[in-house]
Design a protein around this ligand. Structure first.
Ligand code: ADP
Ligand code: ZN
Length: 610
């Protein structure tokens, strides 16, 4: 093993990787397939690594690069992220640098000569830079430990992150035969996987495919009532002072929601494609670096968000597909601590998205696919069983009820809705299948609105037959009937409810229908499990540690989490270590960080005691 700034002493060959994990990174044990991947790559094998966001892909190339002779080269399209990774590695005492367009000529030349002198453990390179003759020549004259291709799904021409330069990365195999290559991605589907193997010529690579479950994320979907107030109560009640992302469908709503939160004392920033590039960059930068900001964004805020301590992702509008929902909500809790994926949705969302699909330029086949993805999303929202089982099932993975979603924690009651469904369907039929849910419900409830009178719907046999249910109850029933395929939202006339092939059996009394009972939405309350809760004294110390961290981050010019993660601060607050030895047992403190911050941390913990 080569020695870098830190000398690692291990006698047992097999435990070298574990020693690096503990000494350099300060973590106790490997997660999932990490250990197998690291052994395989450190031994010279090629690998394809599929792991969900936040599960620790970086270590899968960082540790082998430290174990093998020479420099590890990491290709990544995400420039901001590269910078932070290099800063974080520097904090750990690892010799890392990057080459991308943000460097001046002189700075780049300096990095190049460090690489030539064999003074780098890891070099991060943007793909367009890598493909230049100059860079290939540099790598050719350096000793290479491995080649890592991060965000490998960027080779896929069908995906939305496609990068043409990625198609040329097969050059790496030709130029550097014998150097192990590892491709990494969090994109799960079969087609992308096959494309990566083919285009990067990784036919011999061993594939390591992890479960895509994110057990620390708690899924919750609530009925939309007054969405902004619901959001404010959710954040105020459960995530005050914590970082989060709020997704909205439109730019206008992004702006309005950010202003609304700010006016209620919640630090919020906006992000959407209509803003100029400079403002977007500033907001992203502040979100990444400061503690506890809320980013309100359209889905333009996406790839490259590497903030590990995002405590919640909230959706104020229904995402278009489960794929999108999973990717967006997956930006919460990358550090493995408890996090929330929270969504408020209502029937209007379905109507709006249907309309957007219908009015888009896409071809008929494309529209059909989009509509069926939306149906699957709606099915998830209306599910009465475990959300996680549904989500993972959608990606072809079997799972047991999780105990960490709204439906598991507070199972919804179901009721025999056969009669109610029949009343609703027949009212849709009697009103001519030309009206939206609100009008149909008015007729059912016997509301003598102007529109009801004007259409003469107060004379229908279904007028007033559902008066005993509230309008919200009826909306919940309508949504579930749509999710079950008993009703559909008309593609042509906006939002009109129409019968389907499935309606007939219900209308004829041949099919019974069971639905989840409507209930008053609960007020938000702190939901974090026992592992999250700190006592009063511990909380005070935690806050002091955060303030200290912010100061340290300023001094070093890096984001706060690069200094230490929340989980590490929380563990310190709980254990109140009195000595370096006691501190050594805390996850997230490697040798270099102990040396740099150990004394200060012990000082802070001791001061809190007195
Ligand atoms: P990914 O690239 O897969 O999204 P990262 O490599 O950024 O994930 O890792 C996510 C977080 O988990 C990082 O903060 C990382 O330091 C931490 N992490 C990774 N592996 C471990 C481990 N074995 N033990 C504790 N924390 C880990
Ligand atoms: Zn569950």
């Amino acid at each position: 093993m080569k020695s870098y700034c830190i000398v690692i002493q291990v006698n047992d060959d097999n435990n070298k990787s574990l020693a690096v994990l503990r000494e350099v990174f300060g973590y106790r044990s490997f997660r999932g397939h990490q250990s197998d991947i690291i052994d395989h790559v450190a031994g010279g094998g090629d690998a394809l690594v599929l792991m969900p966001t936040g599960s620790g892909k970086s270590l899968c190339y960082q540790i082998p690069a430290l174990l093998r002779e020479g420099m590890g080269v990491v290709v990544s399209p995400l420039i901001a992220l590269m910078q932070d990774q290099v800063a974080a590695l520097g904090e750990l005492g690892v010799r890392a640098a990057f080459l991308n367009s943000t460097l001046s000529g002189a700075q780049a030349a300096e990095v190049e000569s460090r690489a030539r002198r064999g003074e780098l453990d890891l070099l991060y390179v943007a793909p367009e830079r890598l493909l230049t003759g100059r860079c290939l020549e540099l790598l050719g004259s350096s000793r290479l430990a491995l080649l890592a291709i991060d965000e490998a799904h960027c080779v896929s021409q069908w995906g939305h992150d496609f990068r043409p330069e990625y198609l040329q990365l097969d050059v790496l195999r030709e130029r550097f035969p014998g150097v192990p290559r590892v491709a990494l991605t969090a994109t799960a589907d079969e087609q992308t996987r096959a494309e990566i193997l083919e285009r990067l010529q990784l036919g011999e690579a061993r594939a390591f495919i992890s479960s895509f479950d994110r057990p620390n994320i708690r899924y919750r979907i609530v009925e939309k009532n007054d969405a902004r107030t619901q959001l404010r109560e959710f954040i105020g009640g459960e995530h005050a002072g914590e970082a989060g992302i709020v997704y909205c469908l439109s730019r206008k709503k992004v702006e309005e929601t950010a202003a609304f939160l700010s006016s209620h004392g919640i630090g919020a920033l906006a992000y959407h494609a209509g803003m100029d590039a400079g403002a977007r960059r500033r907001h992203q930068e502040r979100f990444q670096r400061e503690d506890g900001l809320v980013m309100v964004a359209t889905i333009a805020f996406g790839m490259g968000i590497d903030k590990p301590d995002v405590r919640f992702v909230a959706h104020l509008d229904l995402p278009r597909s489960i794929e999108g929902y999973y990717q967006e909500s997956g930006r919460a809790g990358r550090d493995g601590s408890p996090a929330d994926a929270w969504m408020a949705y209502g029937l209007q969302d379905v109507v709006q998205l249907r309309r957007m699909i219908d009015q888009s330029e896409a071809g008929e086949e494309q529209k059909r696919i989009q509509a069926s993805k939306l149906d699957a999303m709606l099915g998830l929202c209306e599910a009465a069983e475990c959300r996680r089982v549904r989500l993972l099932g959608y990606f072809g993975e079997a799972a047991e009820p999780c105990g960490n979603c709204d439906n598991c924690l507070d199972p919804p009651a179901t009721f025999d809705a056969t009669l109610a469904a029949r009343q609703l369907l027949s009212c849709v039929y009697r009103t001519g299948q030309r009206f939206g849910a609100l009008h149909v419900i008015d007729v059912l409830r016997g509301e003598a609105s102007a529109k009801v009178a004007q259409r003469g719907h107060d004379g229908l046999s279904t007028f007033g037959i559902g008066a005993e249910r509230s309008s919200r109850e009826w909306r919940a029933i309508a949504r579930q009937c749509i999710a079950l395929g008993l009703l559909e939202v008309d593609h042509e006339s906006y939002g009109a409810l129409r019968l389907t092939a499935g309606s007939r059996a219900v209308l004829k009394g041949e099919r019974s229908v069971s639905l989840r009972a409507w209930r008053e939405p609960k007020r938000s309350r702190r939901s974090g499990g026992a592992q999250d809760a700190l006592s009063g004294g511990e909380q005070a110390l935690f806050e002091r540690l955060r303030a200290w961290r912010l100061e340290a981050a300023r001094r070093h010019g890096v984001p706060a989490y690069v200094i230490l993660h929340d989980a590490t601060l929380r563990e310190i607050a709980r254990a109140r270590p009195q000595s370096l030895d006691a501190l050594r047992g805390i996850s997230g403190l490697g040798a270099k960080k102990l040396e740099a911050y150990g004394a200060e941390l012990i000082g802070l913990a001791a001061r809190a005691e007195s």
